[in-house]
Design a protein around this ligand. Structure first.
Ligand code: GLN
Length: 548
C-alpha cells in the first residue's frame, strides 16, 4: 500500500498513571485488525534509560523481550497478547534512544555546525521514529502509545512531536486521550474536573484530542459524557467510558459496543466495511466466564508483592487454563521465605508449580527447596530461565550428590558450576542490552514431553540470560534421568531439560511466556496446565475411592 495513506493514532494519558493506556491501545489495534486492516502498535517512553532492560521489576514491572532481542516495556507484551503481532525494537523507543541517536549524529557532524536543540532536533528524531514503521508502506494504521502522563516535564518533546504530526498529517492523524473520572464517596459523585484539566493541558501544548476515553469505576451517565464533550471540544459521540472490567480481555468488546472503532475510522476518513470478526475472541471470553472448576498454580519467585513482575507468566497461565475450561488461581510464593520446614504447607495444595526467572542469588535457596519438594512429590513443575537453572542445580545437589553445585552467578567459587557464564559473556562489561537476547532456534528430542506438547521438533523461542547449562555435566545428568531434550542446533547450548519418570517436570532456558497470546496460547503452558489438572483429577479419584 501507499505510505501516504497510513493513518497514525496517538494514545496519551492524563490525570494519573496506571489507567491502562496499554490496554486501550491494544484494544484499538485488536479491533482494527479484526476488521481486516494492517496494523502495528508501538510505545514511546519518556525515560532516559536506553531500554528498560536495566530497570528492575520494582521500577517498571516485567521486562518483555521481542523476537529480535529488544528488552522492551511490558506494554509490548499486551500488544502481542491482544493482536498476535510480533513486535520488534522499532516498536519501543525511549528518550534515551532518541538522545543517543541525536548525540551520535552530532558527534558525526551530521548537523553541519548547527546548535543541536530539543526543538527541532529531538522532536524531529521522535517524529522520524514514530513514522519509521509507517513509512515502510505496510500498514493502514500505526498506533503509538505515549508513555507517562500529560503534564509531566519529560513528556513535552513527545507532545510537541504529536502536535506537529497532527498539523502535517491532518485527518490521517488522531489523538485518543485516556483520562480518569474519580468517584468521590463522601459526595457520592463522579467528578469530571480532572478530565477537563487534563484536556486543557493538552490544548495548552497545541493538541486537541479527537477522542476521549474515561476510565472509571462506576458508570459515567450519558449526560455527564455530553458535558465532558462540550467542555473539551470533542464531539459527543467521541467520548467513551472504560469501566472496570472483570478481565482486561473484555475491554476491546466494551470499546466496540460503544463504537470506538467506528469513530476512529470515521474521524480518519476511512470507509468502514462490515464489522470486526470477533468470533475467536468471543469464544475465549466465553470459556473464561463459563469456567467454574479451578486449577491452582504456585508461582515461586522473589517479587511476589509486585503486580506486574511476572505479567507474561500470569497471562500465559490464564490463557492456558481458560482453554482447558478452568479458572486459574495463582498463589505467589515468596522464595526468600521458603524453608524445608514450611515448604509442605506452602506447596501441598498446588496442582502445579512454576519456578520463576530472575537474577542474582536472592531467593534461590528457597527455589531449590521448592524444586526438591516438587520433584519428590511428583508435582507438575515448570522452571523458566533461572527456574530451569535452579532445577538443574537442585538435581545436581540432591540426586547427583554434588553438594555445593551452583551457578557461578550465585556462587562464583563453587566447585561444581553446573550452570556457568556463557563463553561469549565472559568479556562483557556493559550490562545494557548485552545478554543472550531474542529468538533462537531449538531442536527438541523426539518422544520428549516437550516435543509432544509442541507437536513438532523445531521451535524458536525468546531468551534473556547470561548463564547456561554446563556442557561438561551433560552426561552425568542424562544418566541420572534429567534429560537435555532441547538444544540450539548451531551452538548445542542446552535449552530444555526434563526429568524422566515424572508427570511433568520441565525446565526451559528460554521464556515461552513471551509468545503466549489470547488466540494462540503457548503449547508448553497448555500441556503444563493439562498435567496439573490431571494430577488433581487423579487425586480426587483416589479420594472418591477411599470415601466409597
Ligand atoms: N540470571 C540468569 C541468567 O542470566 C537467568 C536469567 C533469567 O531468568 N531471565 O542466566
Amino acid at each position: 500500500m501507499d505510505k501516504s495513506e497510513t493513518r497514525y493514532i496517538f494514545v496519551t494519558g492524563g490525570v494519573v498513571s496506571s489507567l491502562g493506556k496499554g490496554i486501550i491501545s491494544s484494544s484499538i489495534a485488536m479491533l482494527l485488525l479484526a476488521r481486516g486492516y494492517k496494523v502495528t502498535i508501538q510505545k514511546f517512553d519518556p525515560y532516559i534509560n536506553v531500554d528498560p532492560g536495566t530497570l528492575n521489576p520494582y521500577e517498571h514491572g516485567e521486562c518483555y523481550v521481542t523476537v529480535d532481542g529488544h528488552e522492551a516495556d511490558l506494554d509490548l507484551g499486551h500488544y502481542e497478547r491482544f493482536t498476535n503481532i510480533k513486535t520488534t525494537r522499532a516498536n519501543n523507543v525511549t528518550t534515551g534512544r532518541i538522545y543517543q541517536s541525536v548525540i551520535n549524529k552530532e558527534r558525526r557532524g551530521d548537523y553541519l555546525g548547527k546548535t543541536v536543540q530539543i526543538v527541532p532536533h529531538i522532536t524531529d528524531e521522535i517524529k522520524r521514529n514514530v513514522m519509521l514503521l509507517g513509512n515502510t508502506g505496510t500498514y493502514d494504521f500505526v498506533i503509538t502509545e505515549i508513555g507517562g502522563t500529560v503534564g509531566d516535564i519529560e513528556s513535552l518533546p513527545y507532545l510537541e512531536a504529536v502536535r506537529q504530526l497532527k498539523w502535517e498529517l491532518g485527518t490521517r492523524c488522531l489523538c485518543v486521550h485516556l483520562t480518569y473520572v474519580p468517584y468521590i464517596r463522601a459526595a457520592a459523585e463522579l467528578k469530571t474536573k480532572p478530565t477537563q484539566h487534563s484536556v486543557k493541558q493538552l490544548q495548552q501544548v497545541g493538541i486537541q484530542p479527537d477522542v476521549l476515553v474515561l476510565r472509571t469505576e462506576r458508570d459515567v451517565p450519558a449526560p455527564m459524557r455530553r458535558k465532558v464533550a462540550q467542555f473539551c471540544n470533542v464531539s459527543p459521540d467521541a467520548v467513551f467510558q472504560s469501566i472496570d472490567a472483570p478481565t482486561i480481555y473484555q475491554v476491546p468488546l466494551m470499546m466496540h459496543e460503544q463504537g470506538l472503532d467506528n469513530i476512529i475510522l470515521a474521524k480518519t476518513g476511512t470507509i468502514a466495511v462490515g464489522e470486526p470478526d470477533l468470533t475467536r475472541w468471543n469464544a475465549f471470553l466465553h470459556h473464561l466466564g463459563a469456567a467454574t472448576q479451578v486449577v491452582r498454580i504456585g508461582l515461586v519467585g522473589k517479587y511476589v508483592e509486585l503486580q506486574d513482575a511476572y505479567k507474561s507468566i500470569d497471562e500465559s497461565l490464564l490463557q492456558a487454563a481458560t482453554y482447558h475450561n478452568r479458572k486459574i488461581k495463582i498463589t505467589y510464593i515468596n522464595s526468600e521465605k521458603l524453608t524445608p520446614a514450611n515448604v509442605e504447607a506452602q506447596l501441598a495444595g498446588q496442582d502445579g508449580v512454576v519456578v520463576a526467572p530472575g537474577f542474582g542469588p536472592r531467593g534461590t535457596e528457597g527455589k531449590f527447596v521448592a524444586l526438591r519438594y516438587c520433584r519428590e512429590h511428583d508435582v507438575p513443575t515448570f522452571g523458566i530461565c533461572l527456574g530451569m537453572q535452579c532445577m538443574v542445580i537442585e538435581f545436581a545437589r540432591n540426586v547427583l550428590g554434588l553438594a555445593d553445585a551452583n551457578s557461578t552467578e550465585i556462587d562464583p567459587s563453587t566447585t561444581h558450576n553446573v550452570i556457568d557464564l556463557m563463553e561469549e559473556q565472559k568479556s562483557v562489561t556493559n550490562l545494557g542490552g548485552t545478554m543472550r537476547l531474542g529468538a533462537y532456534d531449538c531442536r527438541l528430542r523426539e518422544g520428549s514431553i516437550v516435543a509432544k506438547a509442541y507437536g513438532r521438533l523445531d521451535v524458536e523461542e525468546r531468551h534473556r540470560h547470561r548463564y547456561e547449562f554446563n556442557e561438561a555435566y551433560r552426561e552425568q545428568f542424562e544418566q541420572a534421568g534429567m534429560h537435555c531434550v532441547g538444544e540450539n542446533p548451531l551452538t548445542h547450548l542446552v535449552e530444555v531439560v526434563e526429568l524422566e519418570g515424572k508427570r511433568w517436570f520441565v525446565g526451559t532456558q528460554y521464556h515461552p511466556e513471551y509468545s503466549s497470546t489470547v488466540l494462540n496460547p503457548h503449547p508448553l503452558f497448555m500441556d503444563f496446565i493439562r498435567a496439573a489438572i490431571e494430577t488433581t483429577d487423579s487425586h480426587d479419584n483416589d479420594n472418591n475411592t477411599t470415601n466409597d
